[in-house]
Design a protein around this ligand. Structure first.
Ligand code: HEM
Length: 121
């Protein structure tokens, strides 16, 4: 599970970096919040979680891990698509999509935190 998460996080790294590179070239920084969250929730957070899952099997061989991985990886793209549409179209219409994705990610991260606190030895 850990290795798979690290591979997924590397894909987020590529997407986040390309978006930052694109913003630099066109001198348009409206998508900075998308760039930041892809890099921090997608790349750094998932890499760290993946490393912990790989190093400590105690926290990677239970249902909590699966719940975290699925919620994080379903919620983040939903949140990022909603945020991108919100910023590009300058409308509040897509805020519920952002909120739905953010809620999935937040629950997933809380499950991860519970798993670490309870099962890491
Ligand atoms: C080649 C890679 C990267 C490029 C080209 C890039 C580019 C950018 C650009 C153009 C901005 C907007 C600056 C502005 O609004 O004035 C930005 C903001 C930001 N980036 Fe990146 N970035 C890269 C990698 C990363 C990584 C790896 C992270 C974190 C893991 C990161 C975190 C942030 C944060 C937190 C901000 C917001 C800074 C602020 O608003 O004060 N970036 N980046």
């Amino acid at each position: 599970m850990g290795i798979r998460m690290i591979k997924i996080s590397a894909v987020y790294f590529a997407i986040g970096m390309i978006l930052g590179y694109y913003m630099s070239i066109v001198h348009q920084y409206a998508l900075t919040p998308v760039h930041v969250h892809i890099n921090l929730l997608g790349w750094t957070s998932l890499t760290l979680a993946g490393l912990l899952y790989h190093l400590f099997p105690d926290i990677s061989r239970n249902m909590l891990t699966k719940i975290h991985v699925w919620l994080h990886n379903i919620g983040l793209p939903i949140m990022m698509i909603g945020l991108t549409l919100t910023l590009v179209m300058n409308t509040q219409t897509f805020i519920p999509i952002v909120a739905a994705g953010a809620t999935l990610v937040a629950i997933g991260v809380l499950v991860f935190v519970y798993n670490v606190v309870k099962n890491l030895k």
